[in-house]
Design a protein around this ligand. Sequence first.
Ligand SMILES: [Zn+2]
Length: 227
Amino acid sequence: MEIITNLHWIKGLSSNIYLWEGEDGLVMVDSGRPGDADRITGYIESIGHDLTQLKGILITHADYDHAGAVAAIQERSGAIIYTGEQSAELLTTGKSPNHFPRVMQFLLDRFFHYPPLTKNSIRVVQDREAISDQSQWSIISSPGHSPDHHSFYSSFNSILFAGDALKSSDDRLQISSSRISSDPVELRESAVALLRLNPSVFACGHGPPVHGHSADMVMALARQLDG
Ligand SMILES: [Zn+2]
């Protein structure tokens, strides 16, 4: 569904996928699980585009439920993948990063590989960089959920794609679970830094996007996490 003009939310099997309709084509953020590929393709067609108009895919981190369909969508579209250095490495092997409790991590590493990307489809991004072909989106390193995690922010559109640095539940922003984080202290620092951007739209990896909220609510959460 279209949340605000040009920003679409696709509810995947277990995580969110976002689409931005920019002047120079479509940009997608995260890709859901492997089984989400047809849902994404169908949605793009339903809003009057085809996959060749998808120019970039921003991947917040290489978890199975965020990177699962990226290879299928990349193959159908030819889009360039933007992600961090460690995530890029994992995307070429189809493995999720290390940040789950032991048994869960073991099962994931053993049974939940996703189709890998080829190296030449990926552009590695750095903190504070603006994405070269999609200049309105800048990169913010936001580790803690996983060791390599990036959020994507447009000050012009006042939209933040937070990935799993934040989540939402019952229309409220929350920090994501420390139980499945690689570093709870980093997770909190990343969350505070993102909240302080105070965007109009928080598009998180899990839970409905948050918008039309009060800035006070966001700042109160930032203060609470910072204290
Ligand atoms: Zn997730």
